[in-house]
Design a protein around this ligand. Structure first.
Ligand code: PHB
Length: 399
């Protein structure tokens, strides 16, 4: 008995009297430099805000991040960093993957490493088929693209569309998703224009001029969020395309909240489909945006990347508890199949079959508010949208 008390006292002394928090190491693979760096700041702030607002839910665990720079959006560096995190840092889980090529190139290592890997942005639909450890809390390009294909035909009554897209996997996905739904509902995509790559912002003038000459009812564009989106909207305005009777539509990536004010009047009237905008009117989002502005400044705003980080962190915390902090790959993934969460974007769930998120899509319009700032107004809510690429078993989405 005495011996047991001495051991207990010694243990207490070693931990300063408090029970030792069990450390969980999460490797973050995100672009800390280059074109994606400002997007990473949003993801990280979203993660940190989740941990701060939910400190009680994290206890008794302590999450330590091991951060690795995935640099340019081509997958090479991300793959090397995943290797390092798994074999040298021996992390318990991985999160991140801003760009689809990063998640695609890393997939064989993720599958071999057998650790939970939470995708907080990369949107190409088939990615989750590449490794059973991938769980996605962000979105697929089909969720926004398909929803817009239906809305363009049925709500906007468009008959013809031209699509311009950044020429890499999520751009091709977004094109196919839009085309599939638009044409199934009576529309016709009359041209699809590859418009440069994700690594640097191209001059959009020749691509949009070609679209203008074709006089479609709508121009559907996917570009990755960030500086691409600002340049796109400004070029659309500079070419007088609205006056020519062409409506610019796309996934919400083209009106990312952190870029919106910088787009100015050119953005007014843009119609998009997405799972999040900072103006969403629900209690969770009010709390999220309020806490964000308090911590990061009244003029700052979260966006869909921030919510991807927030929801990703919530998923990891859930998996940590469900596995008693062990996070062994299979059990961690299993614990997230069917997981439900009340996110700032609305209710979300992880589809147990695909490990992809199921969430609301909002049909949004950019409006100028009485405060002379641009806002996103929800025109319609489409509840609990699944990834249609997998539901319809299209191409590499077939399991
Ligand atoms: C992607 O590479 O999958 C990606 C990047 C930025 C976005 C959307 C998708 O805004």
């Amino acid at each position: 008995m005495l011996k047991r008390i001495i051991i207990t006292l010694a243990a207490l002394a070693a931990t300063g009297g408090a029970a030792a928090a069990q450390e969980v190491k999460v490797g973050l693979v995100l672009p800390y430099t280059g074109i994606g760096a400002e997007l990473t700041q949003q993801v990280e702030r979203g993660m940190e805000l989740y941990l701060k607002l939910n400190a009680d839910k994290v206890k008794p665990y302590k999450i330590t991040f091991v951060k690795r720079d995935s640099k340019a959006p081509n997958g090479a560096e991300a793959k090397a960093m995943v290797q390092e995190l798994l074999t040298q840092d021996k992390v318990d889980a991985i999160a991140g993957f801003m760009y689809s090529p990063d998640a695609i190139a890393s997939a064989p290592l993720i599958a071999a490493g057998k650790k939970l890997a939470v995708i907080v942005n990369a949107g190409t639909a088939f990615i989750t088929n590449l490794a059973p450890e991938y769980v996605r809390t962000s979105f697929t390009m089909w969720q926004s693209g398909y929803t817009m294909g239906v809305a363009a035909a049925k709500t906007l009554h468009a008959k013809t569309a031209v699509v311009a897209y950044t020429d890499y996997p999520p751009g091709k996905d977004s094109l196919e998703a839009f085309r599939h739904a638009f044409e199934a509902n009576g529309g016709k995509v009359i041209d699809a224009i590859p418009a440069g790559g994700p690594g640097q912002v191209p001059d959009f003038t020749p691509f949009l001029q070609r679209a203008k000459d074709e006089r479609p009812d709508v121009l559907y564009v996917f570009v990755p969020a960030g500086d691409h989106a600002t340049a796109l909207v400004k070029t659309f305005a500079a070419l007088g395309m609205s006056a020519a009777g062409i409506k610019l539509i796309g996934p919400g990536d083209i009106v990312q909240d952190i870029k919106l004010q910088g787009m100015g009047d050119a953005a007014v009237g843009l119609i998009t489909t997405h799972h999040y905008n900072a103006d969403l009117d629900n209690p969770e989002n009010k709390r999220f945006v309020g806490a964000w502005k308090k911590d990061y400044g009244a003029d700052s705003t979260p966006d869909f990347m921030a919510v991807g980080g927030y929801d990703g962190m919530a998923a990891i915390v859930h998996a940590i508890h469900a596995t008693n902090g062990k996070l062994d790959g299979d059990a961690a993934v299993k614990s997230l199949e069917g997981w439900k969460f009340n996110s700032p974007q609305g209710p979300i769930e992880i589809d147990p079959q695909t490990r992809d998120i199921v969430m609301n899509e909002y049909l949004d319009e950019v409006v100028m508010g009485p405060d002379k700032k641009l806002h996103q107004r929800v025109l319609a809510t489409i509840d609990q949208v699944k990834d249609q690429c997998k539901a319809l078993e299209i191409g590499r989405c077939k399991q």
